[in-house]
Design a protein around this ligand. Sequence first.
Ligand code: NI
Length: 174
Amino acid sequence: MALRKILHYPEPLLKKKSEPVTEFNDELRQLAADMAETMYDAPGVGLAAPQVGILKRLIVIDCSASEEPNDLLVAVNPEIVDTEGDSFEEEGCLSVPGFWASVKRAEKATMRYRDVEGNLHERTADGLLGICMQHETDHLEGILFIDRLSPLKRSLFRKKYMKRMKEREQQDEA
Ligand code: NI
């Protein structure tokens, strides 16, 4: 297994749509294992393949926090097939470091997906897992949580974030 580099906004690749996975092979299993390791190392509760530079429809999620045992969900070609209610919870993203904002989502979501062997599953969840499923599936469409903010909040975010990026670059140069 190996850690992969996580891409940060405004990397253009994060805005691209990912391709469906068609082959359930060792390469896919290796990528899923690397992504899980990268997520745990960050640490984060979810990671989508485009965040490590690969435009394939694959996500990993673990919302069990520090609880044991882990509850790793590896979802290939995931699709949100049903939603219910509304929620407005604070979210962050490993590709948008240091920034959190409340995002409007469904309260409960049902995701249809395949495992790395190609078997079909469905999972319904609310709370953090439900939000995470929606957030990670969005990544495969090139949508970041900041894209779901109001135009005003989004422009405030951009100013703040880009300023911080510049400061960090200057620090690195110094
Ligand atoms: Ni994210």
